[in-house]
Design a protein around this ligand. Structure first.
Ligand SMILES: Nc1ncnc2c1ncn2[C@@H]1O[C@H](COP(=O)(O)OP(=O)(O)O)[C@@H](O)[C@H]1O
Ligand SMILES: [Mg+2]
Length: 267
């Protein structure tokens, strides 16, 4: 049974991920009070909220870095408890961390195959460079990452290109179900931002990856998301699909909330 995590959506088999009353404190600081959210297959869900609202803590729980104090996580309807990042990854949850975990001295194609030996593609470690290079080229073409040469050391790429390679590596996992992106556009220029936005769109539309993305730029989120959740004080307070909310309304709501006017979007 897939529970309805308290949202006004009916419990659906199409939910790849669902959380129910996730809570977490750091000493006296309550980071998450009770997070109920759900992610449909192939959907891009945007999380917005002020600094300290609990967004990153939620992502860290979903990726196995933190154990929540309470609540449940369901993956394709089955309850899961992640013991580690590796455990979450084996369940098909991938995160691109801020440090990207790429090796600058190694080529793009080596990075794509790095440290992935324990997955179903375990035989890749026995592949020759020629096969890996061709596979990397084909994969990047498929998901629309335009890198002049897969032989280029990652250190020589732009920040946006490196981010794209990190994302590509995450989604190369054969059993990937959910990709988590915590501020993937932070510190990117306009050209790099459009590269990453294009990649996220292509992953959800062509590769049918389900994605949760955190960003402070609502304009960007409106270019990539199907639905937006607002997190305030460790809870999801607004859950709207893009057909239900306009960019201007979201901005106005966030500004009003910040001023503490008590205005609500939930009616
Ligand atoms: N490792 C930690 N130790 C102590 N407090 C933390 C830790 N991580 C997050 N917090 C606190 O939890 C709250 C939520 O933080 P975070 O999830 O990073 O928010 P957001 O990503 O929305 O800005 C904040 O008050 C933050 O200071
Ligand atoms: Mg954060």
């Amino acid at each position: 049974m897939t529970p309805n995590g308290g949202t006004n959506e009916p419990a659906g088999v199409e939910d790849v991920l669902r959380t129910e009353h996730i809570s977490m404190s750091f000493g006296p600081v309550i980071a998450l009070r009770s997070v109920n959210l759900h992610l449909r297959r192939g959907e891009v869900l945007g999380l917005v909220g002020d600094n300290g609202a609990g967004k990153s803590t939620l992502v860290k729980i979903l990726t196995g870095l933190h154990r929540p104090d309470g609540g449940r996580i369901y993956l394709e309807g089955e309850e899961v408890k992640f013991r580690s990042v590796r455990d979450a990854r084996q369940h098909g949850i991938e995160t691109v961390f801020q440090n990207l975990a790429l090796v600058g001295e190694l080529s793009v194609y080596h990075n794509l195959f790095l440290n992935r030996e324990y997955t179903r593609g375990g035989w890749f470690r026995f592949l020759g460079n020629r096969v890996m290079r061709a596979a990397a080229r084909q994969f990047l073409d498929e998901i629309g990452v335009n890198i002049p040469s897969v032989d280029t050391p990652v250190a020589e790429l732009s920040g946006g290109q490196r981010q794209a390679i990190a994302v590509a590596r995450a989604v190369r996992q054969e059993n990937i179900k959910v990709l988590l992106l915590d501020e993937p556009l932070a510190a990117m220029g306009a050209k790099e931002t459009s590269l990453i936005i294009g990649l996220i769109n292509s992953l959800s539309k062509k590769a049918n990856v389900s994605i949760i993305v955190i960003d402070h730029n609502y304009t960007h989120l409106f270019e990539i998301c199907d639905r937006i959740n607002v997190i305030q004080h460790g809870q999801v307070t607004v859950d709207k699909s893009l057909s239900e909310i306009k960019l201007e309304e979201l901005i106005e709501f966030m500004v009003q909330t910040f001023r503490g006017s008590g205005k609500t979007l939930v009616d």
